[in-house]
Design a protein around this ligand. Structure first.
Ligand SMILES: Cc1cc2nc3c(=O)[nH]c(=O)nc-3n(C[C@H](O)[C@H](O)[C@H](O)COP(=O)(O)O)c2cc1C
Length: 375
């Protein structure tokens, strides 16, 4: 190994393995496992195989695990009966086992609380009789298939998120992440294409944050002042990769302010390629801008260690190992605080340990077929 390669590896390991300390959350390093739906929880119950899968990441150096999206207590929260639920005795017992395995291995873990909203097809399992719901009954393409949510229904979903936050705390999770990204229910309120309401939940970019802000407040009430609340946001929506909630930094600032006021502690800023500038005239990515505008810690994500963005995997595309030098530069410059890693960790539970120990030549290419196995 050349001297240059050695020092680059040393730097990567040192920078990613610096402890992270924020007001409410302390982590042993900067590597976060990105939330990844695996649909391996029949009947909505995460079993021992799922617990062992998360444990392997905790044993092998991941600082914080964000679980796959898990569904709050609402009949149309998901359209896939193999996605884990976050309510009901059997599912919560399954999650309790996940938490204890991860903690025994010295890791930390937060559940990603999720409602898929109008991305669900009417008639889907596990509750085919429940109509899909969204702010205006519109699909992401803008097609009206259902009635808009009533205010009472909105309030009951907000309360269901709050209850989930309370359960997370009771089960011993280290915080929660609210899934406000990718065009699912919370994001359907954020996005003008899917939110055409003319009551306090709709309107300009500030009013469109009310649903999320109410959820943050309900979660805070249920889980207490000291409990870490992470919020995942994205400009892009599933199938609409050019969508933008905020077209300028000023708009982004207006969008974020009510969420910070409501009590978000850490923003998880989802992009498909971490190196892409969010707005012209600056190299900052979305996590960089959100940190600069809010002063809150942020998590970046998107093609860390891989050369093809994540949707490729769903089209059967493999991905080669890519250099992480630029990521390390940005982390050293404190553009963001934490780095979420998706597919690299899905396929290889040892990924973080390999980076920590400088075993770069053992990093594996990502094969789309790995989606089928809980490594
Ligand atoms: C199989 C798979 C499932 C995913 N499921 C979720 C999910 O449940 N919630 C979420 O916010 N993002 C989800 N994502 C997106 C990832 O969290 C991550 O943002 C994306 O894969 C980019 O990171 P990567 O390039 O390191 O894979 C998923 C991605 C993959 C590959």
């Amino acid at each position: 190994m050349s001297k240059e390669t050695y020092s680059a590896q040393q730097r990567a390991s040192e920078t990613l393995f610096k402890p992270f300390a924020s007001e409410k959350l302390q982590l042993s390093n900067r590597i976060v496992m990105a939330p990844m739906t695996r649909s391996r929880s029949p009947g909505g119950v995460p079993g021992p195989d799922v617990a062992a899968y998360y444990r392997r990441r905790a044993e092998n150096g991941v600082g914080l695990i964000v679980t796959e999206g898990t569904i709050i207590d609402h009949p149309a929260g998901t359209g896939d009966p193999n996605i884990p639920l976050f309510h009901g005795d059997a599912s919560l017992k399954g999650w309790a086992k996940v938490v204890s395995e991860v903690h025994e291995a010295g890791g930390k873990i937060v559940p990603q609380l999720w409602h898929v909203g109008m991305t669900r097809q009417n008639g889907s399992l596990p509750n085919p009789e429940a109509p899909s719901v969204g702010p205006s009954g519109l699909t992401l393409a803008g097609e009206k298939t259902n009635e808009p949510l009533s205010v009472e229904e909105i309030e009951s979903i907000v309360e269901a998120f709050g209850r989930a936050a309370g359960e997370a705390k009771r089960l011993g999770f280290d915080g929660i992440e609210l899934h406000g990204a990718h065009g699912y229910l919370i994001d359907q309120f954020f996005w003008e294409q899917t939110n055409r309401r003319d009551d306090p939940y709709g309107g300009d970019i500030v009013s469109r944050t009310k649903f999320a802000a109410d959820i943050v407040r309900a979660s805070r009430r249920a889980a207490g002042e000291d409990y870490p609340i992470l919020l995942r946001i994205s400009q892009w929506k599933s199938g609409f990769y050019d969508a933008k909630l905020a077209k300028t930094p000023e708009e982004l600032e207006r969008f974020l302010a009510p969420l910070v006021d409501a009590g978000v502690d850490i923003f998880h800023c989802s992009t498909r390629r971490f190196w892409e500038p969010e707005f012209p005239g600056s190299d900052l990515n979305l996590a960089g801008w959100v940190k600069k505008l809010t002063g809150k810690p942020t998590i970046t994500v998107g093609s860390v260690g891989l050369d093809v963005e994540f949707n490729g995997a769903f089209r059967g595309q493999n991905s080669d190992v890519a250099d992480i030098g630029q990521l390390i530069d940005r982390l050293e410059q404190e553009e963001f605080d934490l780095v979420a890693v998706g597919r690299s960790l899905l396929a290889d539970p040892l990924w973080a340990a390999k980076i920590r120990d400088g075993r770069f030549d053992e990093l594996q290419t990502f094969k789309a077929e790995s989606l089928r196995t809980l490594y």
